[in-house]
Write a protein that binds this ligand. Structure first.
Ligand code: 3HC
Length: 677
């Protein structure tokens, strides 16, 4: 076997049963050589008269986890996947898939052309292609409804959530459960029992179930699927299975798959799949760097952020000490956490006793000294450099040696905070996004002196508590908020020139963002960062704040709100804008939606280019991850830097220049080469 052709599929014989074994770490993806190996070994097993049945199983931690996504978009190599699957299904001897770990996507499609499926109880089976902007394009949408029925097939393909083996057994997707430690032997024994029955090709089975579920799924998920093509394409294929003969259904599926595969949405979603995994890697650090042990976490501040941050750790069984200045604030903070957990328990997310267990992990205190035994301390008080420096100065004297001292600051200079201690190597930023127990993003801010193992530990603990952690350098607002600033500034200017808050916001929500700049401002609080002097009115925002229009919490901000927080356009805000426009001597004009895109979204790309060139983000895809997981950038547009490539960096640079922006040198470079980031 040459180096070119890895020996990723082998065959053994156990009496009259041939066992075809896939071994392609880490997840046994269906790379070209696996497809080739499957084709060759199945052909050999079929040609061997002494073989009466065939078992397909995998080595390593999992059954086949899908097509090899890294091959997508590249020149095809090796045999066509569908052809390989069709030949397995057409086998004249019974074929049994032996499933452990995850049988996903093309992996489940491979199991579906096997005539029978045996799985260990811990296995999971699913078709998550929709999450990559795709559909199961190797017969999955046609075979699944023939095995599990239309309801389950439509749900599994359009939502992409894997199901446990026991549920798969109930649905008929798994024929028998094997022993957790005896899969190989149990599958061979099962195969022997099927020799007399012979093959059972899935394509010859009948689709069953009620097609009405398809419209029900569309109605129930309308909000979640807004802007996405793939869920609808998955459902269209399942629907086609109910009325077309198998081969015609397969042709329909192929057509839909090809459209998705060569469209921009799937390219964006595949980009994010790899970007998310890449983000966890810290350039220049060995993968096996020794991490610090984190057994107890300290939180300073029991407000919305501090409480939300602590919830992440409690849910993972990590003990926490939380410190506040006043008893009533501490009680209030803990009360909110319990209320949140009770609400989740009422929805069935936790058992009531789990809530008690989690709350039992908390040690509340009014004294910073209580943090002395913590391995990681996260400060989550308000944004004031003086206050933060004072706290870190005190922590320096209290925290045990080697404890990581983190600030949840969203803008401030982590180097300056670190300088308030005698151990800047232990200091870094851990910037959570609100609500901190829900939002997946964590910016881990690396100070100039942050020790490598402290950084790696913060990234690892981020992953442990279910966050997508991204390394950011020290700069005002780090990656995410720094890019937000030019957007907000331009949005305000556009109001003066003639756009309305509703128009600007609609451009953003039509683009796929969960909310626009003014809706976001109203939700977060228009008064955040306001100087608090009602007589000093220098901007539209100052005027709003001076009148108490602080956003949703006051039922008035850039919009008016009713009791249920439903927004409506505000006549008073229109007046305020008019007054400012007059004062500034600006003539009102019509602002097009395209101009709003060019002046609010393109500057974000420009800022991203600066961030990259300054090394404040390790890679362009990290910036995309920040915007997808921290701000709800539509995943089907792949994040601002990926989107810049789709939109055309040359077009973006030219438009920015025409609007008077200074174009970042890196963006100019990309534009000249007509390249993406
Ligand atoms: N193709 C190529 N590489 C893959 C891959 C795939 N299908 N699935 C995972 N990998 C890689 C990851 O990029 C990662 O690489 P890295 O170590 O270099 O970063 C490595 O395998 C390990 O992956 P994870 O870190 O995600 O490992 P976990 O153990 O946390 O999760 C998993 C394992 C549940 C299998 C998860 O990787 C996963 O969900 N994979 C994608 C599954 C999927 O979407 N399958 C469908 C593919 S599309 C398809 O099959 C089309 C067909 O219908 C025609």
């Amino acid at each position: 076997m040459s180096e070119e052709t890895p020996n990723s599929v082998t065959m053994e014989k156990d009496g009259e049963v041939a066992v075809v074994i896939v071994n392609n770490p880490p997840v046994n993806a269906l790379s070209w050589h696996v497809r080739e190996g499957l084709a060759n070994h199945f052909a050999a097993a079929l040609a061997d008269d002494s073989v009466k049945a065939i078992v397909l199983r995998c080595d390593g931690s999992t059954f086949i986890a899908g097509a090899d996504i890294s091959e997508f978009g590249k020149a095809p190599r090796g045999p066509d996947f569908n052809a390989v699957l069709n030949s397995i299904e057409a086998a004249t001897k019974p074929v049994v898939a032996a499933i452990h770990g995850t049988a996903l996507g093309g992996g489940l499609e491979t199991a579906l052309v096997c005539h029978y499926r045996v799985a260990v109880p811990s296995a999971k089976l699913g078709v998550p292609e929709v999450k990559l902007g795709l559909l199961p394009g190797a017969g999955g949408t046609q075979r699944l409804p023939r095995v599990v029925g239309v309801e389950a097939a439509a749900t599994m393909t359009s939502l992409g959530e894997p199901i446990p083996a026991a549920k798969a057994k109930d649905l008929g997707l798994v024929d028998a459960l094997a022993g957790e430690d005896s899969l190989a032997a149990d599958a061979i024994a099962f195969a022997r029992t099927k020799i007399a029955d012979g093959p059972r090709p899935t394509r010859e089975r009948k689709v069953f179930g009620d097609v009405a579920v398809i419209e029900q799924l569309k109605a129930a998920n309308a909000k979640r699927w807004r802007g996405f093509d793939a869920p609808y394409a998955n459902l269209a294929c399942v629907e086609a299975a109910t009325r077309l003969p198998f081969d015609e259904g397969l042709a329909f599926e192929r057509e839909e798959f090809t459209k998705l595969m060569f469209g921009s949405q799937s390219a964006a979603q595949r980009h994010i799949f790899f970007a998310e995994r890449q983000a966890a890697k810290i350039d220049g650090l060995p993968k096996d760097i020794k991490l610090r042990d984190i057994k107890r976490v300290g939180i300073i501040g029991a407000g919305t952020m501090g409480g939300g941050i602590m919830m992440n750790f409690l849910q993972k069984g990590i003990a926490c000490t939380i410190v506040e200045m006043q008893q009533d604030a501490l009680d209030r903070g803990l009360g909110v956490i319990r209320k949140n957990y009770d609400a989740s328990a009422a929805k069935g997310r936790f058992k009531p006793e789990q809530v008690d267990q989690m709350m039992g992990l908390v040690t509340p205190s009014l004294d910073l000294k209580a943090l002395a035994d913590c391995d990681l301390i996260i400060e989550a008080v308000y944004e004031d450099m003086g206050v933060k420096k004072e706290i870190f100065g005190k922590l320096d004297k209290i925290a045990k040696p080697g404890a990581i001292l983190a600030s949840n600051t969203s803008y401030l200079d982590v180097n300056e905070i670190a300088a308030a201690t005698s151990r800047p190597g232990d200091v870094l930023g851990m910037h959570f996004f609100s609500p901190a127990n829900v939002m997946k993003l964590l910016e881990v801010v690396r100070g100039d002196k942050t020790a490598d193992d402290a950084l790696a530990t913060a990234m690892a603990i981020g992953k442990k508590i279910g966050k997508v952690a991204v390394v950011a350098g020290v700069c005002h607002g780090f990656i995410g908020n720094r890019m937000l600033t030019p957007r907000q500034i331009e949005a305000q200017k556009l109001l003066l020139e003639g756009a309305t808050p509703a128009q600007v916001d609609k451009v953003h929500t039509d683009f796929g963002m969960p909310m626009g700049p003014f809706q976001m401002s109203d939700l977060a609080g228009v008064d955040i960062g306001w100087h608090r002097d009602p007589n000093r009115i220098e901007s539209i925002r100052d005027a709003l704040c001076a009148e108490g229009r602080w956003g949703q919490k006051k039922q008035a901000g850039f919009y008016d709100y009713d009791d249920k927080r439903n927004p409506s356009e505000s006549a008073r805000v229109a007046e305020i804008i008019d007054e400012f426009r007059k004062k500034a001597g600006i003539e009102k004009r019509e602002v097009t939606d395209q101009e709003i895109v060019e002046r609010t979204l393109y500057p974000m790309v420009n800022e991203g280019a600066l961030i990259l060139a300054e090394g404040k983000a390790q890679r362009a895809s990290d910036i995309d991850v920040v915007w997808i997981y921290g701000y709800g950038w539509p995943v089907y547009r792949g994040g601002p830097m990926f989107w810049a490539g789709l939109e055309g960096t040359d077009k973006i640079a030219a438009a920015l220049e025409s609007h008077g922006f200074e174009v970042a040198p890196l963006l100019k470079e990309k534009a000249a080469a007509k390249a993406g980031f």
